[in-house]
Design a protein around this ligand. Structure first.
Ligand SMILES: Cc1cc2nc3c(=O)[nH]c(=O)nc-3n(C[C@H](O)[C@H](O)[C@H](O)COP(=O)(O)O)c2cc1C
Ligand code: SF4
Ligand code: SF4
Length: 263
């Protein structure tokens, strides 16, 4: 069976998940559609996929789970037994129950998750942990994963697409950890020049338009986009709990982990 197009559906505040799925797409020679559901407005758009589509669905790992916005991410997305590759991108600690949660969400939306990958991205909280990843080796792994996903989809489609093709992934159900909802926001200092870059790119519209030094702690998901993007180094995570986490990550989780593929 031939597929008509490949869609990349992802959430990626600091860009590593986006780069990972773009690497995967290099292994799949089909017309490409990117559906970036990082912005609030993009998560309100409905999308439907048929059995002629191939889809890669990817989110970062937050606290061993999917980010809390994953409910919004999947709202309005429907599929009709569409073969999907599910991808969790994590910052060199672990992905814990995120892949199995992603599998369950994808099935609930109507997808057939037939391939899965846990890939590495530079940690949102520390540029020293999984620094500069995905790198060239991750790109090669992504390309190979894409090719194997396409091959499996073609093999299954020529028979019947049924539950026997679903991929097995590690993880617990019921999930062992709660969804991360720390209420910890970055703080802005006097370096802020009101350029609004952080306001425009915040994935939850948590930063005040009139005064970007103010952040709504009920909306903020601690994604660190604003910290990384600020051109004037005006936003920082200085909460002691985050600093302790960074210290732990930079002490215990520096040994390079490699992508894991499940097919
Ligand atoms: C709130 C939060 C929680 C995170 N929890 C984990 C985790 O449990 N395990 C891990 O290895 N990385 C964790 N990370 C790191 C991200 O999964 C990783 O940096 C990912 O590449 C970010 O994706 P993005 O660039 O698409 O935003 C966390 C990051 C954030 C912001
Ligand atoms: S990106 Fe930095 S300088 Fe620009 S508005 Fe935000 S905090 Fe201020
Ligand atoms: S305010 Fe919070 S949610 Fe918005 S970009 Fe900054 S860390 Fe992410």
């Amino acid at each position: 069976m031939s597929f008509e197009k490949l869609s990349l559906v992802y959430f990626s505040p600091t860009g590593t998940t986006r780069r990972t799925v773009q690497n995967i797409a290099t292994g799949i020679a089909l017309p490409l559609q990117e559906i970036d559901r990082t912005a609030v407005s993009s998560r309100k758009q409905p999308h439907h996929f048929s059995s002629k589509d191939l889809v890669v669905i990817a989110l970062p790992v937050y606290g061993g789970r999917l980010p809390g916005i994953s409910t919004e991410f999947f709202a309005g997305i429907t599929a009709d037994k569409t073969p999907a590759a599910i991808v969790a991108v994590y910052g060199n600690r672990h992905y814990d129950d995120a892949l199995i949660e992603l599998k369950n969400c994808a099935i609930a939306a109507g997808f057939m998750p037939i391939a899965a990958g846990a890939f590495l991205g530079e940690h949102s909280y520390s540029s020293k942990v999984a620094a500069n990843r995905p790198d060239a080796d991750d790109a090669t792994a992504g390309n190979g994963f894409g090719a194997r996903f396409l091959q499996k989809a073609q093999t299954l489609a020529s028979a019947t697409m049924d539950a026997s093709g679903l991929v097995d992934v590690p993880g617990h159900f019921p999930y062992e950890k709660p969804v991360v909802n720390s209420g910890i926001t970055p703080v802005a200092n006097d370096n802020c020049i009101d350029c609004h870059t952080c306001v425009e790119g915040c994935p939850t519209d948590a930063i005040d338009r009139q005064n970007p030094r103010l952040t709504d702690k009920d909306k903020c998901i601690s994604c660190c986009y604003c910290v990384k993007v600020c051109p004037n180094d005006a936003r920082h995570m200085d909460d002691p709990r985050i600093l302790a986490t960074v210290n732990r990550l930079e002490t215990l989780f520096m040994t390079r982990r490699e992508p894991e593929i499940f097919i």
